[in-house]
Design a protein around this ligand. Structure first.
Ligand code: FUB
Length: 551
């Protein structure tokens, strides 16, 4: 009896896995990243190629395509054009998940496209595509002016796996999301009418100026028939399990390969604090969001790199809401420092009950968190410094230094620079608050040391340049040495960090250099810092290229 059951199970499994002759292309994304080839699992040879640092990743038990943040896409190759040209009835099916950061107001966000040019606006020679921005399919023998299509005209939901299928039989088209028809209608153009398409992409539009699809793709399939609702049902059976696995996947670091300055192009980042630990370069920054009309900064972010080319972005480790005494989207400048295996993140933010800005400190066992408020209250509040300035935002921009004898100091300020000693526990002041005299000090102090010289760099005047002073003693007096960095482009603030990493010195700062950027939508940059023989610092040369990969 057992043998009969086993035999039946084998027969069943053969039936289930029997080759579906209508399935003409399938990417399960089980190939490896190494050769950048995406295998067509039908055996028909429509292999694709990973482009612009798109990569294959593991999400729980699922192998997925991550298009990354550098305009990643898959080039399905010219051979697929022959397939497209042969299609009369067809279906294109895929799991997709749009990243939180995708700006779906921009044109583009095509899940797939097949076309005769990668500049359709100019060549006007035919394309078809599926847009996640409109949940719509379009096909044209020229360009957008002569399209036939169906759409619901609203974007697919972000941050959740969806299953999207487009089917066409003759002139009848349907779009299914998660197995349900969300749009249907008549299409007057057939893929055959496009000829053998030459540019066949997953995640990229044939319109050159369009935004690339930003997100994840799994189990991409093309059928040479219009699938029915019943046939589509098993294709989205993994949705629930995938979405469960996605919650953990979001905690995994995301890779970014930088293309010079600004360092990161997928989000706006400001007030960088650099930190070198265990052969790794960390950048802690505030995230600028919103419409660019004022500082709108709900959280801080952290990136790390071993070579300054490939950066990992870690799950958001700290938000203003992690400090019960703070309020608003005021994740202002901050710095992380290590002591005795613990990582202390000094931040500035708006106090909820004491008027003005305050400085707090969070702590973690790891440089990438999770971080928790170390005190449950602010370390420095505005009412502690009223004898120096009448402004409510002078208690911002902390920088912390542990001197060779183990004594820790915190410097901070706006308009007036202050400093104080910290106790060994790093979360309490150990002296009175003392003023530091610096010409034209605005904000953003940063302490570093080279040889027996201490350097105090800071943002000066308005709009801000970076200036610096030197001293042989952390307690000063500080000798002013002039401008270190001129105004950074398109931004009225500046905020620098200076660190040594693998035998070079680096100057990390922000400008308004990203598309859409400005004084409240800033972007972190990095350039080299060099010293003169008399230990003063050469003026920074801001570049678009940024710094080279460190081997
Ligand atoms: O990002 C908010 C504030 O702008 C910072 O705390 C200052 O340093 C300036 O960059």
């Amino acid at each position: 009896m057992k043998q009969i059951i086993a035999f039946l199970l084998v027969i069943c499994s053969i039936t289930v896995h029997a080759k579906d002759k209508n399935l003409v292309l399938r990417y399960t994304f089980y190939s490896s990243n190494a050769d950048e080839i995406i295998k067509d699992d039908t055996g028909n040879g429509y292999n694709g190629e990973l482009k612009n640092h798109a990569y294959i990743d593991q999400m729980g038990d699922f192998s997925i395509l991550n298009l990354g943040y550098s305009n990643g896409y898959v080039d399905m190759g010219e051979k697929v054009g022959t397939l497209i040209n042969s299609l009369k009835d067809f279906s294109i099916s895929s799991y997709v998940c749009i990243n939180a950061e995708a700006n779906l107001n921009d044109n583009g966000h095509f899940i797939w496209s097949f076309s005769n040019s990668n500049d359709i606006m100019k060549d006007q020679n035919g394309c078809m595509f599926f847009s996640a921005r409109t949940q719509g399919f379009s096909i044209s023998k020229t360009d957008y002016r002569a399209e036939s299509g169906i759409s619901v005209n609203s974007p697919l939901q972000k941050k959740i796996w969806k299953h999207v299928v487009y089917t066409q039989t003759g002139n009848t088209a349907k779009i299914y999301v998660d197995g349900a028809v969300i749009a249907d209608g008549e299409i007057t153009i057939n893929p055959k009418d496009l000829g053998k398409t030459l540019f066949n992409f997953i995640g990229r539009s044939p319109y050159g100026a369009d935004a690339y699809f930003k997100g994840l793709i799994s189990d991409f399939r093309i059928y040479k028939k219009a699938l029915s609702e019943n046939e589509i049902a098993p294709l989205h059976a993994d949705l629930e399990v995938m979405n469960n696995a996605y919650a953990d996947y979001l905690l995994k670091p995301v890779q970014h390969v930088t293309n010079g300055n600004p360092l990161f192009s997928h989000k706006h980042t400001a007030d960088p604090a650099a930190f070198v630990y265990d052969d790794t370069f960390y950048i802690y920054a505030g995230q600028d969001v919103g419409d660019g009309s004022y500082y709108n900064m709900p959280n801080w972010v952290v990136f790390s790199s071993k070579d300054l080319e490939t950066w990992e972005e870690h799950a958001v480790p700290l938000s203003v809401s992690d400090f019960s005494w703070a309020k608003g989207n005021t994740a202002w400048a901050a710095q992380v420092i290590e002591r005795n295996g613990k990582f202390y993140w000094y931040i500035s933010t708006e106090h909820a009950s004491i008027h003005g800005k305050s400085i707090g400190v969070a702590v973690s066992d790891s440089p990438t968190g999770p971080f928790v408020d170390a005190r449950g209250s602010a370390l420095i509040t505005n009412d502690m410094t009223t004898e120096y300035t009448g402004i409510s935002w002078d208690d911002i921009d902390p920088t912390v230094w542990i001197d060779d004898d183990g004594q820790a100091y915190i410097f901070w300020g706006n308009t007036q620079c202050y400093y104080a000693k910290l106790k060994d526990n790093m979360i309490e002041l150990d002296s009175e608050i003392m003023p530091v005299t610096l010409p034209n000090f605005t904000e953003a102090p940063w302490i570093h040391k080279r040889g027996d010289w201490y350097y105090l760099s800071y943002a000066s005047l308005w709009p801000e340049k970076t200036c610096y002073a030197m001293s042989k003693d952390i307690n000063g007096p500080w000798e002013y040495k002039g401008i270190l960095n001129e105004l950074a482009g398109n931004c009225n603030t500046n905020h620098q960090a200076i660190v040594e990493f693998k035998n070079n010195w680096y100057f990390v700062y922000h400008n308004g250099g990203l598309y859409n950027g400005g004084s409240y939508l800033r972007s972190v940059c990095i350039d080299y810092l060099f010293y003169n023989t008399d230990h003063t610092i050469k003026k920074i040369q801001m570049t678009s290229e940024g710094v080279s990969k460190v081997e």
